[in-house]
Design a protein around this ligand. Structure first.
Ligand code: BEZ
Length: 253
């Protein structure tokens, strides 16, 4: 989890992250008196959307900047800075919800173990994140741009975990969570700000790669990527990220 987060920029240009998850909250279908953990809550928009349904929600995120912004936007809600790899909750939640966060954690078993312990028996884990093949065109273009410039490709800088249904489902079952629903689907996602959309996205989400280069080098890497990707990801004056989501519901046995 090495990305650095600018929470205000995130809210300004990347609000689609929570907007696109609206029907995921419908899958959560919280009932009155539910207590829910929102894992990787970012700046709190979905935490708030869930809370409005009359349930108690705790929002947690690893990034202090995100939690500060969440607290200032929703001071009546409960947010904590926590590492999802080290959850200490014991059978406290009716559901654990997570949107667009789990692909940032390359140690999934630690997270699943903590979620299993946090859930009450019969509790549900409802999540969506990047699945196998997510941002494949963008990642391929990045590696190609590095190669074109003669830079080494250090795959250890890749901060993302994008599993298949089979892979993630077997991890869930190994740790006592029964997979009851799973889907993997393409969701090309329109990026804000016209021509600048891809560079904004890269600066926000791919800084673990880019920060190892000087500002001038970054400009030429991004420009090479834009040239490669324009024919496939630019349409009607907008960039589209080639997102592919995995969405799951699992139940604690
Ligand atoms: C995603 O939401 O799929 C995603 C976001 C940032 C980087 C990679 C993937």
């Amino acid at each position: 989890m090495t990305n650095q987060w600018d929470a205000k920029l995130y809210d300004r240009n990347h609000s689609f992250v929570s907007e696109l998850a609206t029907d995921l909250t419908e899958l959560l279908a919280p009932q009155k008196d539910y207590r829910i953990l929102d894992l990787g809550c970012g700046t709190g928009d979905l935490t708030n959307k869930i809370a409005i349904q009359g349930v108690e929600v705790v929002g947690i995120d690893f990034a202090t900047t995100m939690i500060e912004q969440a607290r200032s936007k929703y001071p009546h809600l409960h947010f904590e800075v926590l590492d999802a790899r080290n959850l200490q909750y014991q059978e406290e939640f009716d559901a654990v919800f997570s949107n667009a966060a789990l692909h940032w954690i390359t140690e999934p078993e630690k997270v699943i173990l903590g979620i299993q312990q946090a859930l009450k028996p019969g509790g549900r884990f409802v999540a969506e994140f990047g699945g196998k093949g997510n941002v494949k065109a963008i990642t391929t273009a990045l590696y190609q741009a590095l190669k074109n410039a003669g830079y080494p490709i250090d795959k250890k800088l890749n901060p993302w975990y994008f599993p298949s249904i089979a892979e993630y489902g077997s991890l869930l079952e190994k740790h006592g969570l029964q997979l009851v629903f799973a889907t993997l689907f393409d969701r090309p996602t329109r990026l804000e700000d016209g021509e600048k959309g891809l560079q904004n996205w890269l600066k926000m989400f791919a800084n673990s790669f880019l920060n190892t280069f000087s500002p001038e080098q970054q400009v030429s890497i991004i420009s090479d990527m834009e040239n490669q990707l324009h024919p496939v990801l630019y349409q009607n004056n907008a960039w589209f990220a080639d997102y592919r989501r995995i969405r799951i519901v699992a139940v604690k046995e």
